[in-house]
Design a protein. Structure first.
Length: 219
């Protein structure tokens, strides 16, 4: 009996050591490869040929853990649901949403949690065509509440990129705001900056077209 127990223990240790070695030798997925996967999912969305998702199985597998490779900060616009835009299943995206994809402390803390505790290695900042928050911020009109002010004020600096007499230049402000938010993440978060400097984190600036459904990497 004792010999059988020892044999069982040795087998378990052998398996665990093998799993550990395999994990150590498994190459990390690069930011470029992750973006390629996201872009491929977006193309499936654009063409209407989305992949089949076994949600019951995914749900069961994720009841006790999650390891999303991508954390995504996007606008709350109902026309831009990230999980659909990138044709992803459960557990693939850690999504933080607010009007105008604001990088307030709650949003940054959420992204820090994804990177530090869930193992996310890519942050996507996703802006989109005809963003209502950017439109309102650049209109020059007074907002209806202090809470709406909190949404619009961070966007205001990007409005300098557009010509108020040419509404079609709004996209310049939208894209600039995405860039400012991405930069601010590294300025306002020591944790994200450290991961970025150590090559453990990639930040992607992305734009979504309402007209076509396509996403474009800006930087």
């Amino acid at each position: 009996m004792l010999r059988t127990t020892r044999l069982f223990v040795h087998i378990v240790l052998f398996i665990l050591c093998g799993m550990s070695a395999l994990a150590q030798h498994t190459p990390a997925v690069s930011g470029d490869q992750i973006w390629n996967d996201l872009a491929a999912g977006n193309q499936r969305f654009v063409t209407g040929k989305t992949a089949p998702h076994d949600f019951p199985s995914q749900r069961k597998a994720l009841t006790k853990t999650q390891h999303p490779r991508v954390a995504l900060l996007s606008c709350s616009d109902s026309r831009v649901p990230p999980e659909l835009v990138f044709d992803t299943g459960l557990g693939e995206l850690f999504v933080v949403r607010s009007a105008g994809e604001d990088d307030d402390p709650v949003s940054i803390g959420s992204l820090e949690y994804a990177v530090e505790h869930l193992g996310s290695t890519v942050i996507v900042v996703l802006g989109h065509q005809s963003c209502g928050a950017v439109t309102a911020a650049c209109s020059g009109e007074k907002s209806e509440s202090v809470n709406l002010d909190a949404v619009l004020t961070p966007i205001a600096p990007s409005c300098a990129k557009m010509d108020p007499k040419k509404p079609e230049t709004l996209d310049l402000a939208v894209r600039d705001h995405v860039h400012r938010v991405a930069q601010d993440l590294l300025v306002r978060s020591e944790l994200l900056k450290k991961a970025f400097d150590e090559g453990k984190l990639t930040i992607l600036e992305v734009y979504y077209s309402l007209d076509t459904g396509e996403v474009t990497k800006l930087r």
